[in-house]
Design a protein around this ligand. Structure first.
Ligand code: SAM
Length: 233
């Protein structure tokens, strides 16, 4: 049963692989929020650039965030369990003269031997069957004082309505069947699992849509999409 669900996620993202870099395509929202994500990451790390920072981007997809972080100096490794995603990411990075290490890897199954200053897990946890295990494993790949940065979706009726009913079914801003409500994660659940794995300095920020300015912004409202940053000692 678990494998069936994992295969469904796998097939879903495989079918979308060629659309990663299309700004008005299936991943339009991820392109729209790209500047906010980079801003959040720099703020969470309290840095102006990522020079001398070794970063692992888990579930990197077609490399949107890996490229953003590489452009500001990060030494980036991106992994994804879909070969087509990694192929798209490699070709795009080459075209842009960016040196990023991309590998086809299932983080749940493979051993990661290197240690990183920063691990990025954006829009991935809500697609997993056992995200708690994933978090436990991440800890092993972080250096002392390393930072983990996550973004995911809260689980409540408002997030269900806006993400699934409006975003996927009505406005079709997100490809149909991208999300499953019960896999969404409440910030308090994430906080509890992070704390029990000895992560410290756990902070949350919301990502909200400003309907007046027609743009995304960081906020204190974590009801729908949110970011989380924390450190391991
Ligand atoms: C919604 S996409 C997010 C992509 C990227 N992080 C971003 O936000 O632009 C989720 C990605 O996670 C990948 N993924 C899911 N489970 C994974 C696993 N166990 N190991 C590696 N990649 C995984 C999927 O293939 C997909 O590309």
């Amino acid at each position: 049963m678990k494998n069936e669900k994992k295969n469904t996620e796998f097939e879903h993202f495989s079918s979308l692989a060629n659309d990663w870099w299309s700004k008005n395509g299936k991943f339009k929202i991820l392109h729209d929020i790209q500047p906010i994500r980079i801003k959040y990451i720099l703020e969470a790390l309290n840095k102006k650039n990522l020079n001398n920072t070794k970063i692992l981007d888990i579930g990197c997809g077609g490399g949107l965030v890996s490229e953003g972080l590489s452009k500001i100096g990060g030494t980036v490794t991106g992994i994804d369990f879909i070969k087509e995603n990694i192929n798209v990411a490699k070709i795009h990075a080459k075209k842009n003269n960016l040196k990023i290490n991309y590998f086809v890897k299932d983080f749940e199954k493979e051993k990661i031997t290197s240690k990183y200053d920063v691990i990025i897990v954006l829009e991935v946890l809500e697609h997993l069957n056992t995200w708690e295990e994933f978090v436990r494993k991440i800890k092993l790949s972080l250096k002392k004082n390393g930072t983990l940065i996550i973004s995911t979706i809260n689980r409540n009726l408002v997030s269900k309505f806006l993400t699934l009913d409006i975003g996927e079914n009505f406005l079709k801003l997100i490809p149909l069947n991208t999300h499953t409500f019960y896999k969404f994660i409440k910030p308090e659940e994430l906080e509890q699992v992070l704390s029990s794995n000895n992560f410290e300095n756990i902070k949350f920020k919301g990502l909200t849509y400003d309907a007046l300015k027609l743009s995304w912004k960081l906020s204190e409202n974590t009801k729908i999409n949110y970011f989380c940053s924390c450190k391991i000692n």
